[in-house]
Design a protein around this ligand. Structure first.
Ligand code: NA7
Length: 547
């Protein structure tokens, strides 16, 4: 229904969802199926979320594709065929477009529109959502599907404006191909985006200079095309794949081997790690059950991967610069195709910008403390303001006009119940929000669980005539405390990463992810729902007596 207020149209819906990525698309589908009127607002001109924006060369998923998709529809699962173990961004974007077409989702998505603010109107018990088009959407439920790593971090380096060449951020890549042929290219950053793009750019560029602040662990993806027989079996095993996505620790089918790394002899360990290395992908993470908690054991794995880097990279000085010194797996585990091999090329050089920091970008390139590097193109592979960045970009105000940013002390202290809701923000849900397991695994699996929980919850509220759902302060305190306690027992908190917020200058440090695993988390959420939404306060709507 559309009303008019102060010359601006107001759309009234049951639910407004921000974002048309994996989470927003499925949320729309579920709510529509359940009979809720829903509007999705999306800044991009198409569906895809991060897969719409991250078009840089070499961009791929890092969960195997047979798991990196929706599992809610058997028909969809069987209709779509992945080309390879880790397909590239265009294929993933095609998949999401295929989903949008199949379920006719676009008609409820408003593209090219940003949500500026969302405020809870206590009197009306509705969310008033202001769009940058001037429109206002009034919704009973406010649902964010903004992604955990979708707000690009462009470092504040002096002089970008005076650079005469072209520059790009991996997270906002142009739609047209960027041609590196014959160019002198500089890549800043060696996280997943840098490590995926560097080998591809190196093959085209006249010269590639990599500006590395922190060396990273990375293991071969061992990407390969899927053969038709494998695809046939996978589709036949749809139910089992769905079960694995739902019941394994990080939603990719694998279980941790039930053994401490310290229980193996050095020979056994070498054999186990070598086998995992040969399989490629995340297998090393699953080789033992205590890599993320056991300092001594973690060092053994780190030594193994470091030894591989030394074996691959021929120039000892470059190899030494590439050797990471943090705990393995405590930054997002990266998988690559020929990353370290790329440093054996004559047209690639590595600059350590921790030792000689970048001072400025000049007209002609990048000046570090030890000299100027002349460049035609600069690629910022400098990551994202993770977990809270995209939520804080929207002015979200709950009860008494308190903003989410204020409540969470600018990110210093996120407080949520189940990573889905936060007290003072009634009828608001955050898909893969802080303090849920989200990025510590296969995102589509985490997303499906959240979307299904939220839509079941809304159906429960409707059936029981509940007008307001809001977490109780005590339940929230306990959940946030539980999350911190679990995280503090791991090595994650000892490493600077986007997980901890350490990549953003001035951002408060904190670890805002539930580390207990997808499957246990699902169980907790299900139990909360089964116990009539334990930990939430539910307010029944006042009955109006017919006159
Ligand atoms: P990441 O993993 O945050 O990596 C960003 C990289 O950029 C990392 O090497 C940073 O070094 C580096 N960086 C950031 N700012 C600077 C400045 N100012 N100077 C030099 N170097 C800098 O982002 P990605 O996009 O690669 O990956 C994000 C996630 O997307 C990934 O984990 C997957 O889940 C998908 P640092 O390590 O901070 O010293």
């Amino acid at each position: 229904m559309t009303l008019k207020q102060q010359n601006n149209p107001i759309t009234e819906v049951d639910a407004v969802v921000i974002g048309a990525g994996f989470s927003g698309l499925y949320m729309l589908y579920r709510l529509r199926e359940a009979g809720f009127s829903t509007k999705v607002v999306e800044a991009a001109s198409g569906v895809g979320g991060v897969w719409y924006w991250n078009r840089y060369p070499g961009a791929r998923c890092d969960s195997e594709s047979i798991y990196y998709n929706y599992s809610f529809s058997e028909e969809l699962y069987k209709e779509w065929t992945w080309s390879s173990r880790y397909p590239e961004q265009p294929e993933i974007l095609r998949y999401l477009n295929f989903v949008a077409d199949k379920f006719d989702l676009r008609k409820d998505i408003q593209f090219n529109t940003r949500v500026n603010s969302a405020a809870y109107d206590e009197e009306q018990n509705r969310w008033q959502v202001q769009l940058d088009s001037g429109e206002l959407v009034s919704a009973k439920y406010f649902i964010t599907g903004v992604g955990c790593i979708s707000t690009a971090n462009l470092p504040n380096i002096k002089g970008v404006d005076q650079f005469k060449g072209g520059w790009y951020h991996t997270g906002h890549w142009p739609h047209e191909k960027v041609d590196f042929t014959g160019k002198r290219v500089g890549v800043i950053g060696t996280g997943s985006s840098g490590i995926q793009s560097i080998p591809v750019i190196a093959k085209e560029a006249a010269h590639l200079t990599v500006f590395q602040r922190t060396p990273q662990f990375s293991v071969p993806a061992k990407n390969r095309p899927y053969d038709p027989e494998f695809i046939r079996q996978t589709k036949e095993n749809y139910q089992e794949i769905r079960r694995q996505m739902r019941e394994t620790p990080i939603g990719v089918g694998a279980q941790y081997r039930d053994r401490s790394i310290l229980d193996d002899t050095p020979e056994e360990r070498q054999k186990v790690l070598q086998e995992a290395w040969d399989k490629g992908g995340w297998h090393i993470l699953f080789a033992y059950n205590d890599l993320i908690t056991n300092e001594e054991g973690n060092k053994l794995v780190a030594d193994f991967v470091r030894s591989k880097i030394q074996e691959i990279v021929k120039d000892p000085e470059t190899a030494a610069k590439l050797a990471p010194d943090h705990y393995y797996g405590t930054k997002r585990a990266i998988i690559d195709t020929d990353y370290f091999e790329t440093y054996n090329r004559d047209n690639v050089s590595l600059v350590d910008v921790k030792k000689a920091p970048i001072q400025e970008i000049t007209e002609n390139g990048i000046r570090t403390a030890d000299g100027e590097y002349e460049l035609d193109v600069i690629v910022f592979a400098t990551g994202f303001d993770g977990m809270t960045g995209s939520l804080f970009k929207i002015d979200i105000k709950g009860r008494d006009g308190v903003s989410l940013k204020e409540k969470w002390e600018n990110g210093a202290q996120t407080r949520t119940y189940l990573g889905l809701t936060t007290a003072g923000f009634p009828n608001m849900f955050m898909l893969t929000g802080p303090e849920s397991p989200s990025v510590l695994g296969n995102m589509p699996a985490a997303i499906e669980q959240h979307v299904e929980w939220v839509s079941d919850c809304l159906e429960h509220l409707r059936e029981n005539n509940v007008a307001v759902i809001e977490p109780e302060g005590k339940a929230e305190d306990e959940w946030s405390h539980h999350c911190r306690e679990l995280a503090d027992a791991t090595l994650y908190v000892k490493t600077d990463s986007w997980y901890t917020g350490a990549n953003i200058p001035g951002k408060a440090r904190g670890f805002q992810i539930y580390v207990g695993g997808y499957a246990p988390y699902r169980q907790i959420c299900d139990e909360v729902a089964e116990k009539d939404y334990e930990g939430f306060s539910l307010t029944v709507a006042e009955q109006t007596t017919p006159s």
